[in-house]
Design a protein around this ligand. Structure first.
Ligand SMILES: [Zn+2]
Length: 238
């Protein structure tokens, strides 16, 4: 059974009741549904706890997609944790503070790709900081200038919304997606587009804040040269 991905419908859901479907020999726990984001798109898997019926906790160190069946999510318990039995009912509860920081940074990185409209070659999201790597032909990027433009977009208090289109609609309307640096996930027949007001529209399966106001002030902490045509731009929540 595929895991029901509640974070896709509501990134603000902090916990959910769930049933244990399977437990592997490496301490990986598969639930029927989850609020835990699984590692992907440069965003690390969520951390948190499973709460058992007796109130005891199982600490989850990260979350990944099952390499053998990508439709299932594995909650990777920390070493030495007690493991639940298949069929057991638990509450899956996120480390919300950490997730919210990741959501703020993730959404800010969408805006950074608007400030710097160059092909993105990589990126990663941390707890309160993150980076994008750009294919930029010449240098001359100024940290203060990038920060000013980024914060101006944050200050527009734009709503972040999503909509799904079919693979065929995407193929027929390539102009729908401004930034094709992130390849839309294919195969399910549908693509999830994330819009930030009229500022940005791109395919993304990650978790975002509801409005750019929630990002708050952002600092550009570093612009690093990575090879002849690459610039790594690091940002952090101020
Ligand atoms: Zn995103």
């Amino acid at each position: 059974m595929p895991t029901e991905l509640l974070f896709r419908q509501d990134a603000y859901l902090r916990e959910t009741p769930a049933a244990v479907e399977a437990v592997n020999e490496r301490g990986g726990i598969i639930l029927d549904r989850t609020v835990f984001y699984a590692t992907g798109g440069g965003q690390p898997g969520d951390v948190g706890h499973l709460v058992r019926a007796d109130g005891s906790l199982i600490a989850i160190g990260t979350t990944i997609y099952d390499p053998e069946d990508k439709s299932r999510v594995i909650h990777v318990s920390l070493e030495g944790q007690p493991l639940p039995a298949p069929g057991e009912n638990v509450t899956a509860a996120l480390d919300w503070e950490r997730r919210l920081k990741r959501m703020r940074i993730h959404t800010a990185l969408h805006l950074l790709s608007v400030v710097l409209p160059y092909p993105v070659t990589g990126g990663s999201i941390g707890d309160g900081d993150g980076r994008l790597d750009f294919d930029i032909p010449e240098g001359g990027l100024d940290k203060a200038e990038v920060a000013e433009k980024l914060n101006a977009l944050v200050a527009r208090h734009a709503d972040v919304t999503e909509r799904w289109i079919t693979d065929e609609e995407l193929d027929a309307n390539p102009g729908l997606v401004k930034t094709m640096s992130v390849k839309p996930p294919r195969g399910s027949g549908r693509v999830r587009l994330v819009a930030i007001g009229d500022i940005d529209l791109q395919p993304c399966g990650g978790t975002h804040v509801r409005n750019t106001a929630e990002i708050g002030l952002v600092a550009v902490t570093d612009i690093e040269k990575k090879g002849k045509q690459n610039r790594r731009v690091r940002i952090a929540l101020a």
